[in-house]
Design a protein around this ligand. Structure first.
Ligand code: GLN
Length: 463
């Protein structure tokens, strides 16, 4: 039974039970710190009792604007911030009957790969509380993995839905850039940001994506495209698909046991009737360098709005410039400041072409690699989601480069704007790991079909 079917008929019981379970877990010795805020159980409503998500408890990453709960983006500068409007994806999920039960913890402004950059403390991995859940949507992934909610929304700028899904053993989808409205998603790097979905199963994550997809007049980058039947696609099977295995991805960054698990996934897809062939993405090795120029450049511009005037917490100072300085120094955390400085630097007059211009040219080459491979008759690509299973809390916090490499397999999809999904493929050293399926622009259907075929063989990994 899908999450949606289980929700129907139960009215608000399911959402109230979810809230009670969240409060109980978060108050006890098993606390995950997955939630930033929890809805008032007495104030819940189901907007559409006949909708496809009627009664389904839904958690939202805390960078999606909501009217009834704060939107803090894991930052002190937005502590207590209440949005005057609601994100389109939230409106659409609620219009389909979903019941928002809480907002989830995240790396500050979605900058991170472990949810340790939250100003409100790290979230723990429900499979092993000494380890990170991944990030930046770690709260949403942990909430689904712990069985607290069946579905959640996150955002994916360089892997922040797929990477925590992989490390928590749940399904996470990043749609094609433009498939989903970004209106009301707090901007990090606008040319890379997309809202994505988490579910216990491919079908649930696909259903939630189906509901939130489609053109929105309030986001000029959302496409006027038909939304295909993603739920049907997730059950279609891998028969007849041509699956490319990028040789560059299974090279030096990969843990030996991760390599074995990807080889096993190849065998599963072949058994399911797919043809797997090696392919080459020669420029993928530049993706992390390219990303860490473009994302900070866009972030430095997007985050200039947190000045103590328009948003958030203001530090009292006698004059305007000291007020700006004090507000930003006090309100923003170290990783966010690092990115703003990096972004300002690569956009500065003397360095713009050398860094930003070069990164834009690399972006074009990385994107063309995907185009060439897909044009050669490959339907989808298979890669690991992450180079390793979940790492220990604190293990990578002192080494930003090591942290950035957690996203080495997920970042290229954002650079190119193509869709990707992470689906559990068993365990490595007792911890869940994921396979990533990438597809051409707007081809979520074969992507979900391949993910569904892996899920049929491996099952689910809920903690
Ligand atoms: N880890 C990457 C970063 O820190 C990606 C984050 C994301 O997808 N939001 O920018």
């Amino acid at each position: 039974m899908s999450a949606a079917e289980a929700g129907q008929g139960g009215g608000l019981d399911r959402a109230r039970a979810a809230i009670a379970a969240i409060l109980e877990m978060e108050a006890g010795p098993e606390a995950l710190n997955a939630f930033r805020s929890v809805a008032d159980p007495e104030a819940l409503t189901i907007q559409n009792p006949d909708g496809p998500l009627a009664g389904v408890p839904l958690a939202l990453k805390d960078n999606l604007a909501t009217l009834d709960l704060d939107t803090t983006c894991g930052s002190k500068v937005l502590e207590g911030y209440r949005s005057p409007f609601e994100a389109t994806v939230v409106q659409r999920a609620v219009a389909a009957g979903a019941v928002v039960v809480g907002k989830t913890n995240m790396d500050e402004f979605a900058m991170g790969s472990s949810t340790e950059n939250s100003a409100y403390g790290p979230t723990l991995n429900p499979h092993d509380r000494t380890r990170v859940p991944g990030g930046s949507s770690g709260g949403s992934a942990a909430a689904v993995a712990a069985g607290l909610v069946p579905m959640a929304l996150g955002s994916d700028t360089g892997g922040s839905v797929r990477q925590p899904a992989g490390l928590c053993g749940v399904v996470g989808i990043k749609p094609t850039y433009g498939r989903v409205s970004r209106y009301g998603l707090v901007a990090y790097a606008s040319s890379l940001d997309q809202v994505g979905t988490f579910g216990r199963t491919v079908e649930d994550a696909a259903l939630l994506l189906q509901v939130i997809s489609g053109h929105d007049d309030r986001d000029a980058t959302s496409a006027r495209r038909e939304v295909p039947d993603l739920v049907a696609a997730s059950g279609r099977g891998a028969g007849g698909l041509v699956v490319g295995l990028p040789q560059e991805y299974v090279s030096h960054h990969l843990d030996e046991e991760m390599r074995e698990s990807i080889n096993a996934a190849v065998a599963v897809l072949e058994d399911a009737g797919a043809e797997v062939r090696p392919v080459s993405l020669p420029h993928a090795k530049h993706a992390i360098a390219c990303y860490y120029v473009i994302a900070p450049a866009e972030a430095s511009s997007n985050l200039s709005r947190y000045d103590g005037v328009r948003y958030g917490v203001r530090q009292a100072e006698p004059d305007l410039v000291s007020m700006y300085e004090a507000t930003r120094s006090h309100g923003l955390g170290p990783e966010v400041k690092l990115r703003i400085m990096l972004g300002t630097y690569v956009l500065s007059a003397g360095y713009y072409d050398e860094y930003y211009g070069t990164a834009q040219r690399a972006r074009r080459l990385i994107t063309e690699d995907f185009g060439r491979v897909y044009a050669s008759g490959v339907d989808v690509l298979l890669t690991p989601t992450t180079p390793n299973p979940a790492f220990e809390l604190g293990e990578r916090t002192s080494d930003p480069l090591e942290m950035y490499l957690s996203d080495v397999f997920t970042v290229p999809a954002n650079i190119a704007g193509i869709p990707g999904v992470s689906v559990p493929i068993g365990r490595v050293r007792g911890l869940p790991v994921g396979a990533q399926i990438l597809a051409p622009w707007w081809q979520e259907e074969p992507m979900l079909a391949a993910a569904g075929a892996l899920e049929a063989a491996y099952g689910s990994e809920i903690a």
